[in-house]
Design a protein around this ligand. Structure first.
Ligand SMILES: Cc1cc2nc3c(=O)[nH]c(=O)nc-3n(C[C@H](O)[C@H](O)[C@H](O)COP(=O)(O)O)c2cc1C
Length: 183
């Protein structure tokens, strides 16, 4: 049976490389993974005052995560960390206290950047934020996609073979790992 994966995209930009990467993963993933690409437009700021009567957009986001079998974060790197919108989404999903929507879900972290380091600092920050509120985080293989700025054609198709190769290896490993954990 296929496993559903909520793929959370950490950039709001229309031409976001993170979004293009999420879509490229959906194309190359094995059939055992069913992707739900979750973009974060319209997700309001977390405000603890609203916890008793959460806004509809928080509830919808949490439910979407809860009904997935696994989670992938596709993060850009902003100032050596993840983006603010992704951190906000994690805060929203992590509440109510003790009932994080991410709990128990096998989790993967995919960092990217047009720069040389592939967003490794963003991934490291996510690795320190998530453990208390997520499920197990896949440790190997790691993936830091660098040089993504010229990796897509004008229709958003991935054209850089070197990237596609590591992405395919990553998503196949993720699928096998999710399968093992679900047993
Ligand atoms: C506020 C800001 C901070 C950034 N900081 C970094 C950084 O620390 N490291 C990096 O590799 N790229 C950095 N960048 C460049 C982003 O990697 C680049 O804008 C990328 O396209 C953003 O991801 P997206 O294409 O998914 O929107 C930064 C961009 C912005 C707007």
């Amino acid at each position: 049976m296929a496993h559903s994966v909520a793929v959370i995209v950490g950039s709001l930009r229309k031409e976001s490389f993170s979004l293009k990467i999420a879509k490229a993963f959906a194309k190359i993933a094995p059939p055992s993974l069913k992707f739900d690409i979750v973009t974060l437009e319209g997700l309001s700021f977390f405000n603890q005052d609203l916890e008793a009567t959460p806004p509809a957009d928080w509830v919808a986001f949490r439910e979407r995560i809860q009904k997935s079998d696994a989670v992938l974060f596709v993060t850009p790197e902003y100032n050596r960390s993840t983006s603010g919108v992704l951190k906000n989404a994690i805060d929203v999903g992590s509440r109510p206290y003790g009932k994080s929507s991410f709990l128990g879900k096998p989790t993967g972290i995919i960092a990217n950047s047009p720069g040389a380091l592939g967003g490794v600092a963003a991934a490291m920050h996510l690795k320190s934020i998530l453990p208390g509120i997520s499920g197990p985080i896949m440790q190997q293989p790691e993936i830091y996609l660098n040089g993504v700025g010229d990796a897509f054609d004008d229709k958003g198709n991935l054209t850089k073979e070197a990237l596609e190769k590591v992405m395919k290896a990553y998503i196949d490993a993720f699928a096998a790992w999710v399968e093992r954990l679900q047993k």
